[in-house]
Design a binder for this molecule. Structure first.
Ligand SMILES: Cc1ncc(COP(=O)(O)O)c(C=O)c1O
Length: 349
């Protein structure tokens, strides 16, 4: 792999105690081009702007997918990733659905590890600190033909992150909008899925909510995901989460919560949950907790949900199950507790 080191690092100008998510990228980027039917030799280059033809198909037809993962450093300075094979596998299923050639696994892991070694100083130790890692691939053939591109660019960029208190999360259950439809691309991390959420989410924000609970596109009667997170609801001491389907992203945090619950002997049901059942459980006092989960915040407790202008408030808990889950997962991520599930992936320095 060709490596070109950045001679003017910007790390000393970064205030690591005051980071806004995704605003600053590290000094290097991993780049690999697909041309003439094959992936070329990958490179690590100083982070810089790209030059693209304005007719590149990504700008017009949105042929692009991405991933999101985090690297952590323990107190001994060792870097770890969390279940990166799952990110790679999801990148491949997203790519297949978007007609993007599969990026080789060998290149993915070599590039990822090398980039984390070179930009290692950007990963700060301590719980709460991490380096957000963003692999992505997009179509860059010049030309306006609405057909799969002939050339692509795969890249990995990284951005230092801190865990932040996400504040009270009051969510609105979608009555008309949907994030995804059966037969569509909701299960894939397709760039366009996120653009399509911005407008309904901005309307919800204006109304004072922090997120939307997406409902199924066919009936709007069943809950699907919360914002860009998978959702869990605790009713009668059982956690319920929506099954993976065309419309649900197969979240790695969701998978980890389910596996952790089996270990903790907490009952989990993987089934559809209707808005009627959710409201009934709230009225009957059997609804205990609701939370979203994903790489960015791990676990995001929901304080209230609103449906058809009526607000339902969740009980205030001192020792919530969601906070226990967060503690267990983050301790594994930061190499504080034993890795009983074999989730950690060591990145040699
Ligand atoms: C739509 C959506 N759902 C769920 C998730 C959570 O997935 P993960 O736990 O792998 O981050 C994400 C974030 O990646 C997402 O974008």
């Amino acid at each position: 792999m060709k490596v070109q080191i950045n001679k003017s690092s910007k790390i000393n100008s970064v205030d690591f105690n005051n980071l806004n998510f995704g605003e600053i990228c590290t000094d290097h980027m991993f780049v690999c081009d697909f041309t003439n039917g094959d992936w070329n030799e990958p490179k690590i280059l100083p982070y810089e702007s790209l030059k693209l033809d304005p007719s590149s198909s990504v700008f017009h037809y949105g042929q692009a997918v991405f991933e999101g993962m985090k690297a952590y450093k323990d107190d001994k300075g060792q870097t770890w990733l969390f279940r990166p094979e799952d990110n790679y596998n999801r990148l491949i299923s997203s790519s297949i659905r978007l007609s993007i050639p599969e990026f080789p696994k060998k290149y993915f892991f070599e590039g990822l590890k090398k980039l984390l070694q070179i930009d290692s100083n950007w990963i700060k130790p301590g719980k709460g600190n991490s380096l957000y890692v963003r692999p992505f691939v997009f179509a860059n053939t010049a030309g306006l033909s609405a057909s799969p591109s002939k050339s692509y660019k795969f890249m990995i960029i990284c951005s230092p992150a801190q865990s932040y208190y996400s504040g009270e999360t009051n969510v609105k259950i979608a009555e008309n909008y949907s994030r995804a439809a059966m037969g569509g691309v909701g299960f894939a991390k397709a760039a366009g899925n996120y653009a399509a959420q911005f407008y309904p989410t901005s309307l919800a924000l204006q109304e004072g909510y922090q997120q939307i609970i997406w409902t199924d596109s066919y009936s709007h009667k069943y809950i699907e995901e919360s914002g860009t997170m998978n959702i869990f609801v605790e009713i009668n001491n059982t956690l319920i989460t929506t099954p993976i389907s065309d419309t649900i992203l197969d979240g790695i945090t969701r998978k980890s919560v389910i596996e952790l619950c089996a270990y903790l002997k907490k009952n989990v049901e993987i089934r559809r949950l209707s808005i009627d059942e959710l409201i009934k459980s709230s009225s009957e006092g059997t609804l205990k907790e609701m939370f979203g989960c994903g790489t960015a915040v791990v676990i995001n407790p929901i304080k209230s949900f609103s449906y058809k202008n009526k607000k339902y408030v969740l009980p205030l808990l001192n020792n919530s199950f969601s906070s226990l889950l967060k503690e267990k997962i983050t301790s594994i991520q930061h190499n504080i507790s034993e890795d009983i599930f074999n989730w950690r992936y060591r990145v040699d320095s």
